[in-house]
Design a protein around this ligand. Structure first.
Ligand SMILES: Cc1ncc(COP(=O)(O)O)c(C=O)c1O
Length: 477
């Protein structure tokens, strides 16, 4: 047996080897701060695929060579979320302490499937979950789990709601007459997808119309009344706090009161907006969340964690214990006597689980809850500055007042139509000067920004408006 491969591993396990990665990462952070690199790539997918179209490497190469290629071939044409002109999707320019912690988490590599595999990370996960439960005003018996993100958090919440509505479902399956799921028309697709995944069927996911991009509570009441008259059982109502298209918050106090009055499971998808709870200015938008049966909250969104870090909170930890009624004697040993079950695997979709709670815990130690409140406020204030700028420009139309850090608008110069706006966005994103998104709002093509980078200032958003206006005026869209 040769030790050659072991020697290679050990030579990579040194400070000098780690410094190669550290140098590339800090260079990325510096170059994006200095704005000396393009925000994205001008290349399309097939051009980039040619770059990587090579046979499986049979032999390894020196680490320095590999790292140099990462910088040249991967990072150079990545979307640079740390560049202040990146204003695209709901993915963060991550906070540095959490970025550095990722390396430690990977090196230690404890799986949080069961406590015995991750003695400290497991209890830290419970600690972090409890902190978030307290912020949401959930009772002492509340608990939860980390997830890969909001989609998994909402899926898991609705799995628990299904177990509550149909206690035999794990063995018997969903009957021919499943309960229904009621959600706002602007809910993230995670909700309707869950209806399909859970065997309810998409036709049993009922959308309630919005008013000003929030769930219309009167329409919700009417829907619940109608379902009751028809003898249909409601498995859950899903409200959204920080909707994907416009960052709007449903009226959780009114919806919560309605659900409590009727004994209906309320799931709040606060994947985007949950972090408003850190902000003295914005926490009121979450008022009523304390009535929820479950809450999805993504630290990888407005807590600016690197992917992945989602959290599901449940009003009573036992609700999650029954969601997955899985037996696995080689792994899950259950409670010993009266001791609580610390293992998170039985409460989770995953078996092997990354210790994502560690970066969250480190970031909270480093910046504190107030630091996250300040970040939330800053991102919302910059979005408001953009809204004010757009309102002062005749060649743009704003479609809503921002409630958080998401804003939709249209270019209306040169009689621009939907197709023009779509092309304008493509042109802008390919230019390397900035990067934004688009969506359909009320059937209209709109431009959309999400500010997830504290480096973005009102000067940058003005530059975005000037850049779009100049492309638009030249008819270059
Ligand atoms: C309101 C809302 N819910 C859920 C999700 C999905 O979250 P994730 O991408 O972390 O699965 C998103 C993401 O855009 C969202 O905006």
């Amino acid at each position: 047996m040769s030790d050659e491969i072991l020697h290679e591993l050990e030579s990579d396990a040194t400070r000098d080897a780690g410094a190669l990665f550290l140098d590339v990462t800090t260079r990325y952070l510096e170059q994006t701060r200095a704005e000396v690199v393009p925000v994205s790539t001008p290349h399309d997918a097939s051009t980039l695929a040619i770059r990587f179209n090579e046979p499986l490497p049979r032999k390894g190469k020196p680490l320095a060579e590999v790292v140099a290629r990462v910088e040249r071939d991967v990072i150079a044409d990545s979307n640079k979320l740390c560049h202040p002109m990146y204003m695209g999707h709901q993915v963060s320019a991550p906070v540095p302490a959490a970025v550095w912690m990722e390396m430690v988490t990977a090196a230690v590599n404890n799986s949080t499937a069961v406590w015995e595999m991750a003695p400290t990370a497991t209890v830290i996960e419970h600690r972090v979950v409890r902190w978030l439960c307290e912020l949401a005003g959930l009772p002492p018996e509340s608990g939860g789990t980390l997830t890969t993100g909001g989609t998994e958090a909402t899926f898991t919440a609705l799995l628990a709601a299904r177990a509550a509505a149909l206690p035999d479902v794990w063995t018997e399956g969903v009957s021919a007459n499943p309960p229904v799921l009621v959600h706002g028309e602007n809910a993230h697709y995670a909700t309707t997808r869950a209806a399909g995944e859970l065997g309810l069927g998409m036709k049993n996911a009922i959308a309630v119309p919005s008013r000003d991009y929030r769930m219309d509570v009167r329409a919700l009441r009417d829907t619940l009344d109608r379902l009751e008259r028809e003898g249909r059982r409601v498995m859950a109502v899903v409200a959204t706090a920080g909707s994907t298209p416009t960052g709007s918050f449903d009226d959780l106090a009114a919806i919560g009161a309605l659900c409590t009055e009727r004994g209906i499971w309320l799931h709040v998808d606060a994947a985007h907006g949950g972090s408003a709870l850190y902000s003295a200015t914005h926490a009121a938008r979450m008022a009523g969340v304390s009535r929820a049966s479950s809450v999805a909250w993504d630290p990888h969104k407005m807590m600016l964690m690197p992917l992945q870090a989602g959290v599901l909170l449940v009003r009573d930890e036992r609700l999650l214990d029954v969601a997955f009624a899985q037996k696995a004697p080689y792994l899950f040993h259950g409670a010993r006597g009266d001791e609580r079950v610390w293992d998170q695997g039985p409460r989770s979709f995953m078996c092997s689980r990354r210790a994502d709670a560690l970066k969250l815990w480190v970031a909270l130690q480093r910046y504190g809850a107030d630091g996250f409140g300040a970040l939330y406020d800053r991102l919302c204030a910059t979005t408001r500055a953009l809204w004010e700028e757009l309102r002062s420009r005749p060649d743009f139309e704003t479609l809503h007042e921002p409630e958080s850090n998401i804003l939709c608008f249209r270019y209306v110069g040169r009689n621009a139509d939907d197709a023009f706006n779509l092309r304008l966005r493509e042109r802008w994103n390919r230019s390397g000067d900035g990067w934004i998104t688009t969506t359909l709002l009320d059937g209209q093509r709109v431009l959309r920004v999400t500010l997830m980078n504290p480096r973005t200032t009102s000067e940058h958003v003005r530059r975005l408006v000037d850049g779009l206006a100049s492309l638009g005026a030249r008819g270059q869209a």
